[in-house]
Ligand binder design. Sequence first.
Ligand code: PMP
Length: 394
Amino acid sequence: MKYADRMENLNASEIRELLKVTDRPEVISFAGGLPAAELFPIEEMAAASMTVLKSNGEKALQYSTTEGYLPLRKWIAERENSRIGTALTEENIIITHGSQQALDLIGKLLINKDDVVLCESPTYLSALNVFKTFEGKILEVQTDDEGMIVSDLERLLETTENVKLLYVIPTFQNPSGKTWSLKRKQQILEVANRYDVAIIEDAPYEELRYSGESTLPMFSFPRSENVIRTGSFSKILCPGLRLGWIAAAPEVVEKLVLIKQSTDLQCNTLAQMQIHQFIQDNDIDAHIVRLIETYRLRRDAAISAIEKYFPKNIRYTHPEGGLFIWLELPEEINTTDLLEKSLKRNVAFVSGESFYAEQPKYNTMRLNFSCMDEEKIDAGIMILGELVTEELVE
Ligand code: PMP
């Protein structure tokens, strides 16, 4: 088969490969970014689905509009307005199959071959793959505890041609778990505007805050016309229904509609109506509070296990929300080698190197803490701590 050139840039995701191993029940997996399945509202979803099919079955099983189910778009717009102080209407919203498809549609909309996409270092692996699919050139901007480093972004914009897009995850970032400060968001938006570069502000974790104070996203700031926001039901409800959204200026949404038509015509009608019905019949905020309470305990268990079992000369993030902790081990440790050893002891994680667009740090690793109880978290991190300690002794 003569594959398209773009295939040369794409490699099998280490995480997807790993998840195959982690299906085994004896494996303690910190690898995937899976929400806690035991918290899925299964009964309520079954009821919502049944209500939709019984009361509106012909519509639910029929083709529908590319923009998405109107009552759901309206609900998303209103919820965004009340959460982040925007003035959105349904015209600002297109429903997508997860925020992953949102990234793909935006990639198709904006990226020409060899256009430059700037992203955080490290960043979300599957976003990198989207940008590679469109044959964009990805450059990484250095980050610190407050977000992207302004001077590094300015340096790149000053010295690089064809920068089209800035891709960022300012809240509970994947993989680092870090959250940008308000000031940093203001500065980065100002710089992006100065160089006329569009921003994707990817926000799938924003509602999962366990401590600290939230600040508004760039999308809600003045002069944010070039910011496109992506959201998702995956982490606040369930990922299996594959629904998310893009919030953007109406003219951007119109263009995205053209693109989505050629991709898949529309999102699954039944799933959209089902989620909308679920929201009508249940208190989604109360559901999110339950998630937060459970995930907070798991985050705390993971942090105290790291403190207890890992050597002292490592660095790790203290996420205020989201699903991930990021560790930086002493430089002599290669976490891909460590992973091989830990899998032999039935513990999985993701080594950090796949999250870098340019210069991997081989001594980094990502731990997910959302999908198992505190006891298992403690047991798994104990094994990882032992392995790291052994490596340092050798
Ligand atoms: N963006 C980020 C930063 C993610 O971590 C993920 C998935 N974990 C996605 C987008 C895609 O999620 P989904 O398609 O399920 O909304």
